[in-house]
Design a protein. Structure first.
Length: 718
């Protein structure tokens, strides 16, 4: 391959322009706010252009460079690269254990999510690394499988004598792809400007504030590793100086950070390593070949950037008020770290389940979005750069250890790290104390429908007794009031908010029903003809269907509510059976009683009429291990009691219907009316709107437009 055309002056100029584009993009995003999202497509185009050459480059470069080696060189490369990689992993794991010391103790919970019902994805390392169909691996961007295939072809070429022509072709294609990448790299300031503007304009301050503990820890680890530990390590054991290492890597780091794609800078890293060696007149062909092999070879393995995501699990434990202990870290590192050989979006749910943490914390992880991902890719670029330089120096015989420099790096990291961790702990203690507010959100939720003015709330006999041969619907029309019964404290179906108002999913629908009838009526008991219909999350059991007409309106999913630290014990039916005898609380004998006894034949069932008895460990709920309910209702209660979580131990989702019971009198006109009304309101989206608000929590907190200069400072927009 010919000598790179990029000079240091040009590299510095490009880096400066890239920084300028990044800064300008952030400024535009802050100025225009959400309007800046409209130019995000420019950034997407740039990322796609960069990405299109990467996998082809990996294929031709890796096959060509491995094929040039002798068998002895290949063995030596694997040995030395393996040692360096283990050292870097060790550094990363030390960070994963020490950085969380900055976390104080907090609690959290979230509204219902379908993720509660989903089992964590299983990591199949065979499919990840061993391609059954390499073309599928290329299409799906399964980089580990592609790399293994290329290594296999390259190793096969080592033993072929007449390979010169094939290797020459690979070198030509590799050079062409490098030229394309260089041309695209010059567009970095434009692409990065668009990406930064879109991100800065759309990420809300609330999202940043909620996750600042994670971001601070993440940034501390990133800064220490990227700008102190890794370049300091290279400077301490190679001929290169600290400033030279940062200068050689800065363009790749900036582009990786701005694009959130470490993959796209692999060719740049190779060229940067070559330039670094040329600067010191280390013109070893072996070192150059090593760089071309190590860079694509290192990418599929867990990098320090990917390992940075491991900090989220200690953060999640801190957030729910159950910090990891030393023994927990042993389990996490031993069993959780291998999962990071795959996708982080698979590894995090697996690790949360492994450490008995709420599955809904994964939603917070996704909220970290572009910032954490971009930081991770920036560190990944530095990780690959460090690994490549160290292995190339080892192959070229230029490694030498400056123990004073090593001591300086270790000591500086310890002092600076301790100061940052201690200061962060003090800051987070003050900022996050009493910050949990989901209980206040639940208490402040209001009805979506306008309250019906004549709704009856006091129990008592109907003023007009129902004749045996008379339809309840006729009586409702004559009386001008519909009397609706409910079960008090049935969160989120029917409960009293912080203002003492009766609210909830079914209370909303009750008011809607009263408005549609142009009537009103609500009462807290269903007995002795006190009301015409009951609406408060009532499960449609077989027994109830034999006693009264039932109109089904919503299916909910059976689940268990357990203390957060016992989630793993109740994560599957098999794990529950291993516990032995468990005590499960139920609302009444008929409440999913038959289903519960079928699913848990070895369980003891205790009637816990009030969920608060279970959550507060009082009365009949004092010694109950788990409470069986719907996942939707359980999630709502965990908002008030965030030390508990919802688990679905069933191999497939099990659902039960919620119903509106009506009086079993007359000719069935009342039930026919209710059935028709439910169907009509479902088609009009009324039930969907209530579900999104009361169950999913959408709109439960006031969403203000994103802060921007144009709106909040200049006042040019409302």
């Amino acid at each position: 391959m010919s000598r790179p055309e990029t000079s240091h002056a040009h590299g510095a100029s490009l880096a400066s322009k890239t920084i300028l584009g990044l800064t300008a993009g952030i400024a535009v995003g802050l100025f225009f706010g959400e309007m800046a999202a409209s130019i995000g497509f420019v950034g997407n185009i740039y990322v796609n252009l960069l990405t299109m050459t990467v996998l082809p480059y990996i294929v031709v470069s890796l096959i060509g460079t491995v094929g040039q080696l002798t068998l002895e060189q290949a063995k030596l490369l694997v040995q030395r690269a393996g040692v360096v990689l283990l050292i870097l992993w060790g550094i990363g794991l030390i960070m994963v254990v020490t950085i969380p010391l900055a976390f104080p103790t907090l609690q959290t919970a979230s509204f219902f999510s379908t993720g509660i019902l989903q089992s964590p994805a299983k990591i199949d390392l065979v499919d990840l690394f061993v391609p059954q169909n390499v073309f599928n691996a290329l299409v799906d961007d399964t980089v580990p499988a592609v790399v293994l295939f290329c290594i296999a072809i390259g190793v096969a070429l080592i033993g072929i004598k007449e390979k010169k022509q094939a290797l020459g072709l690979f070198a030509i294609i590799s050079e062409a792809l490098t030229r394309v990448t260089k041309g695209l790299t010059r567009m970095a300031p434009i692409g990065i400007f668009a990406i930064a503007a879109s991100a800065a304009g759309t990420m809300t301050l609330a999202e940043l504030g909620r996750l600042q503990g994670y971001f601070i820890a993440y940034i501390i680890a990133f800064a220490l590793l990227t700008f102190l530990v890794l370049p300091g390590l290279v400077a301490a054991v190679t001929p290169f100086k600290y400033r030279e290492i940062l200068a050689a890597s800065r363009t790749a780091l900036l582009i990786a950070f701005a694009t959130g794609k470490a993959l796209v800078v692999l060719p740049m890293i190779i060229e940067s390593v070559k330039e670094l060696f040329e600067t010191h007149d280390v013109r070893s062909d072996e070192a150059v070949a090593t760089a071309e092999i190590v860079v694509p070879l290192a990418y599929p393995f867990p990098s320090l950037g990917r390992m940075l995501a491991m900090l989220f699990v200690p953060f999640a434990a801190w957030f729910v008020g159950d910090p990891l202990g030393l023994a927990d870290y042993g389990l996490y590192i031993g069993a959780g770290f291998p999962s990071f050989f795959g996708s982080v979006t698979i590894a995090i749910p697996f690790s949360l389940e492994l450490m008995q943490l709420p599955a809904d914390m994964f939603q917070l992880f996704l909220v970290t979005g572009v910032i954490a991902a971009n930081i991770s890719d920036c560190l990944t670029a530095m990780h690959i750069m460090t690994l490549t330089v160290l292995v190339a120096c080892a192959m070229a015989g230029t490694l030498r250890i400056d123990w004073k420099a090593v001591a300086l790096v270790v000591g500086g990291t310890a002092v600076l790290g301790t100061s940052l961790i201690g200061g962060t702990r003090v800051y987070l203690t003050n900022v996050f104390e009493g910050s949990y507010n989901k209980d206040e959100v639940v208490a402040n939720m209001q009805l979506l429908s306008d309250p019906a003015g004549a709704v009856i709330v006091e129990p008592g006999p109907n003023p007009i007794p129902l004749a045996i041969d008379r339809s309840p619907l006729v009586r409702i029309n004559e009386r001008g009031v519909i009397r609706v019964g409910y079960i008090p404290g049935s969160l989120p179906w029917a409960y009293s908010n912080g203002q003492g108002e009766l609210v909830g999913f079914d209370i909303d629908l009750a008011h809607q029903l009263a408005h549609d009838l142009e009537l009103d009526g609500l009462t807290p008991a269903m007995a002795d003809d006190h009301f015409d219909i009951a609406m408060s999350g009532i499960v449609g059991t077989v027994d109830r269907s034999q006693q009264m007409p039932l109109s089904s309106y919503l299916d909910v999913n059976i689940a268990l509510v357990v203390p957060d630290h016992r989630r793993d014990e109740f994560s599957s039916l098999e794990s529950i059976r291993k516990i032995g005898t468990v005590t499960i609380g139920i609302a009444s004998q008929e409440y999913v009683g038959y289903t519960a006894s079928t699913l848990f034949p070895n369980a003891e069932f205790v009637i816990v009429p009030s969920p608060r008895d279970f959550f507060e460990r009082t009365g009949p709920g004092e010694d109950v291990d788990a409470w069986i309910t719907s996942a939707q209702e359980g999630a709502a209660w965990t908002l008030l009691y965030p030390a508990f979580g919802v688990v679905s131990p069933f191999p497939r989702s099990l659902a039960v219907p919620l119903v509106y019971p009506t009086l079993p009198a007359g000719d069935g006109a009342m039930k026919r009316f209710v059935d028709h009304w439910i169907g009509l309101k479902q088609r009009q989206g009324v039930f969907d709107a209530a579900y999104e608000y009361w169950i999913l929590g959408q709109g439960s907190e006031e969403m203000r437009p994103r802060w921007s200069v144009i709106r909040d400072v200049l006042g040019w927009m409302d």
